[in-house]
Design a protein around this ligand. Structure first.
Ligand code: SAM
Length: 245
C-alpha cells in the first residue's frame, strides 16, 4: 500500500532485522537512506533491489515535498544507518509532513540502542528520559546536565568512545555519583555493559578510551528510588479504586 514506512534496522547483529522489515524493504518502491552505502549493504544482504534515495532532516523543504508527493502512489521506506529512525536520527520532519498531507504512516519497530541499553543496565526502568547526545562544548554540556539533575527518572545518553571520559566526569559532577552503566557495542561481538557509580566509571574510563558505540544509563538518584515503591503501590491502589468505582 502507498505511504511512509518507518523501518528499524539492526544496531549491530543482522539477525535482529525483523521479518516485517525485510518484507517492507523488498516490496517498497523506494528506500530513503541516510547513507546509501550503509543501507546498500543491508539491502544486498537481504537480496532487495529497491532503489534508494538519500534523505535527512537537513534535506530542503523542496526535496521533502517531492518525497511527500510520492507517498500518494508509492510505498516509501525510511531507514537510518542503524536502529530506529527518528531516535537521534533523521525522520520526524518527514513524518510530520506526511501526516499533514494526509498520507498513511506505518511503523515497523525494532532495535534501538537506548531501549537495548536500558534492558542491560539493571537500573529502574519505570520512568526514563532519553537525552540523546549531550552538547560537545563543555559549557553547553554542563548546562544541559544541570537541567537534567532535577529530573526524577533514569537518564539515557548516546555517546562515542573518545568523549566518554569527559562526559562521565561531567555527569558525576552535575548529578552526583549516581549508579550508572556504560553499555558498549550492544549486539556486536564485543558487547559489554559495565556498571558502577558515575565516579567509578569516570575513573575506569579516564585512562582507557573504549572503541565503538556507547550508551550511558544513569539511575534516578537516591530520593527517587526511596519514594518509588510506595508511590507506585499507592498509584496502583488509586487506579484500581477508580476502575472499580
Ligand atoms: N537511531 C539509533 C537507535 O535507534 O539506536 C541511534 C542513532 S545515533 C546517530 C548513534 C548512537 O547510538 C551511537 O553514537 C551510540 O551512542 C548508539 N548506538 C548505536 N548502536 C549501538 C550499539 N550497538 N551499542 C551501543 N550504542 C549504540
Amino acid at each position: 500500500d502507498p505511504g511512509l514506512y518507518i523501518v528499524a534496522t539492526p544496531i549491530g547483529n543482522l539477525g535482529d532485522l525483523s521479518h516485517r522489515a525485510v518484507e517492507t524493504l523488498k516490496c517498497a518502491d523506494h528506500v530513503l537512506a541516510e547513507d546509501t552505502r550503509v543501507t546498500g549493504k543491508l539491502l544486498k544482504h537481504i537480496g532487495a533491489r529497491t532503489p534508494m534515495l538519500r534523505y535527512d532532516d537537513h534535506s530542503s523543504e523542496a526535496e521533502r515535498d517531492r518525497i511527500v508527493d510520492r507517498l500518494a502512489t508509492s510505498a516509501v521506506a525510511l531507514v537510518s544507518d542503524a536502529g530506529t529512525p527518528l531516535i537521534s536520527d533523521p525522520g520526524y520532519k518527514l513524518v510530520r509532513a506526511a501526516r499533514a498531507a494526509g498520507h498513511q504512516v506505518t511503523t515497523i519497530p525494532g532495535p534501538s540502542a537506548a531501549i537495548a541499553a536500558l534492558t542491560l543496565a539493571g537500573l529502574p526502568t519505570d520512568r526514563f528520559l532519553f537525552a540523546g547526545f549531550l552538547p560537545a562544548k563543555a559549557k553547553a554540556r554542563k548546562d544541559s546536565i544541570a537541567e537534567l539533575a532535577a529530573v526524577r527518572a533514569t537518564l539515557v545518553f548516546y555517546e562515542s568512545g573518545p568523549r566518554l571520559d569527559d562526559t562521565l566526569s561531567a555527569l558525576a559532577e552535575g548529578l552526583g555519583s549516581r549508579d550508572a552503566a556504560v553499555a558498549r557495542e550492544i549486539t556486536k561481538l564485543h558487547e559489554e555493559c559495565v556498571t558502577g557509580t558515575l565516579n567509578q566509571l569516570a575513573d575506569r574510563y579516564a585512562s582507557a578510551t573504549p572503541k565503538g558505540e556507547i550508551v550511558i544509563v544513569v539511575g534516578p538518584g537516591e530520593e527517587a528510588q526511596d519514594a518509588s515503591d510506595e508511590d507506585v503501590d499507592r498509584a496502583i491502589d488509586e487506579a484500581l479504586t477508580r476502575l472499580s468505582a
